[in-house]
Design a protein. Structure first.
Length: 186
């Protein structure tokens, strides 16, 4: 599959679609290695990843559930079950974190963008390997710093859930190129 094909066919695959096939450690390492090579302004390399698997997925589910119960204004049993279920239905969950440059030598949005590019690299390699992925950023992530053992300059931007799947994800539509691009020539 060409890089263009990989980019065009990558889709979010949500945890309920995952099967029980384990993800090899080498595949996880290759995805994280690809993430490490994302562009980064001033070489701050702000991405940090916490790989959560095996029994730790239950602890993550419990921490997410407790944070949701404690901090939500409008509790929903459906949302509670979904938030707790995502890690448990995944073969691997990766906390997507950002370590802010303590000197703040560049705008925060640039470091967030670099983390996003790192996740895109991870996601493309995941897709190339036939592993589904889904980036979830529930509001409770701000309350999981202790669970994730983040330091004062780190923050969680979401979770990347992964698993093999049996049913192909739906195709996606994109706006036509002329709807999203304009040229200024003079």
């Amino acid at each position: 599959m060409s890089l263009q094909d990989i980019i065009r066919s990558r889709r979010s695959v949500h945890p309920p679609a995952y099967n029980d096939k384990p993800i090899a450690e080498q595949d996880i390492q290759e995805m994280l290695e690809a993430a490490r090579w994302a562009p980064t302004h001033k070489k701050t390399q702000p991405w940090r990843f916490v790989v959560i698997r095996d029994a730790a997925k239950q602890r993550l589910a419990d921490a997410i559930g407790e944070a949701y119960k404690t901090h939500t204004q409008k509790f929903s049993e459906i949302t509670f079950d979904k938030l707790r279920g995502n890690p448990l239905k995944s073969q691997v969950a990766i906390a997507i974190c950002m370590k802010r440059d303590p000197k703040e030598s560049l705008p925060e949005w640039e470091e967030i963008a670099a983390v996003g590019m790192a996740v895109q690299n991870l996601w493309l390699v995941s897709h190339e390997k036939g592993i589904g992925g889904y980036w979830s950023s529930p509001g409770v992530i701000a309350h999981l710093n202790d669970f994730l053992e983040l330091d004062e300059y780190e923050r969680c931007l979401g979770f990347f859930y992964m698993g093999y799947y049996d049913e192909a994800p739906r195709d996606s539509e994109r706006l036509a190129l002329n709807e999203v691009v304009r040229y200024i020539d003079n």
